[in-house]
Design a protein around this ligand. Structure first.
Ligand SMILES: [Cu+2]
Length: 147
């Protein structure tokens, strides 16, 4: 249950982050912000209880999709075109080729490490996934293991 729908259009934005999806020319390796998935690496840190605005850009010639575990998000725009706020929350949104979406996320309940990734399974399997650590206010991110 997602609970009551919350419009984040006028929320205070604690941080802005940019996610960039790319792939190699052969379409065999897929990247988030230039890196393939590494489960022991923390890519982003967010604070529980805050709202963030993320721009997800697709710098490739095929569509990808943005999926975040643990917290649903509000789609604000696709390719600069505002999205109807009454359409509510999503857990996966298409990111058009050479396009971008803007989403707002309220980190409401969960703390700990989670992942965001392309929801096309073989893209995710070939690298297009990254780690978000959601920390309680005032806490520091968990130390990531080396190697
Ligand atoms: Cu993809």
């Amino acid at each position: 249950d997602l609970g009551p729908y919350e419009d984040l259009s006028h929320a205070t934005i604690a941080d802005r982050k940019t996610v960039v999806f790319t792939e190699n020319k052969a379409g065999t390796v897929f990247y988030v912000n230039g890196r393939t998935y590494a489960p022991n690496r923390t890519d982003f840190v967010s604070t529980l209880g805050t709202v963030e605005e993320w721009t997800v850009r697709n710098d490739s010639d095929e569509d990808h999709s943005f999926h975040l575990h643990t917290d649903h998000f509000q789609l604000m725009s696709t390719n600069g075109k505002a999205h109807d706020p009454t359409h509510g929350v999503y857990d996966t949104v298409n990111v058009p080729k050479r396009g971008a979406i803007v989403v707002r996320i309220h980190f409401r309940d969960f703390t700990g490490r989670t992942v965001y990734h392309c929801h096309i399974l073989n893209h995710e399997d070939m690298g297009m996934m990254a780690v978000l650590d959601i920390v309680a206010p005032g806490a520091s991110p968990r130390a990531t293991r080396s190697g």
